[in-house]
Design a protein around this ligand. Structure first.
Ligand code: MD6
Ligand code: FE
Length: 193
């Protein structure tokens, strides 16, 4: 797990984010048990991660619009490729980007990202907006975790053995970001297909 502090310029990504969400808006995904995730999400690129009563999967179509996901903005792709290369994963070619929107009080439970076909490719995560406490336990879901506070512009690359580590985000505390307000955005770039 490689942390690139203040690596991304979130101001440069903001308009790309808005254009994606104008086509595929944020929505709350349901789990197989019928619970809703507290974060809201969308996707861009060829494959988008979706969850509903049937389970988790990658889909070429946005179930909300019935159309393909908006294409990945060039500034998104360029950032993900540059960060992957800086972390030792040259040639990373993401085909999907999951967009998560957090408000104060929301969180992300411990999980592994395991719906992708190629675990040799890293996942590149970009944080924007207000701070969050990210945690990583390791190959097991339970046990001691390590906390990493992520701020606007921080990029995390999960590759090699860390690619399968359990991780999540603690309940967000209230704060405000000058451009994003009381919101945290997280972009995760994947090679899903
Ligand atoms: C988040 N991140 O930071 C959630 N997944 O909001 C993730 O779930 C994540 O940061 C895979 C690789 C890196 C990540
Ligand atoms: Fe994840």
């Amino acid at each position: 797990m490689i942390l690139l502090r203040q690596y991304a310029d979130s101001a440069e990504l903001q308009s790309g984010l808005e254009s994606v969400l104008a086509v595929s808006p944020l929505r709350r995904l349901q789990t197989t048990r019928g619970f809703y995730l507290s974060v809201q999400s969308s996707n861009c690129g060829q494959l988008g991660w979706v969850s509903d009563r049937q389970g988790y999967r990658y889909s070429e179509l946005d179930p909300l619009t019935g159309k393909p996901w908006p294409s990945m903005p060039a500034v998104f792709r360029a950032l993900a490729q540059r960060a992957a290369e800086a972390a030792g994963f040259a040639g990373f070619d993401p085909d999907g980007c999951l967009i998560n929107h957090y408000e104060p009080g929301t969180q992300m439970g411990a999980h592994q990202d395991k719906d992708e076909s190629d675990f040799g490719a890293p996942i590149v995560s970009v944080s924007m907006g207000i701070d969050a406490r990210f945690f990583v336990t390791g190959p097991e879901r339970r046990g001691r975790s390590r906390a990493v506070d992520l701020s606007d512009g921080d990029v995390v690359v999960f590759g090699g053995p860390a690619r399968r580590y359990y991780h999540g985000v603690r309940k967000l505390k209230y704060s405000e970001h000058p451009r994003f307000g009381a919101v945290r955005w997280n972009l995760t770039f994947r090679k899903a297909g």
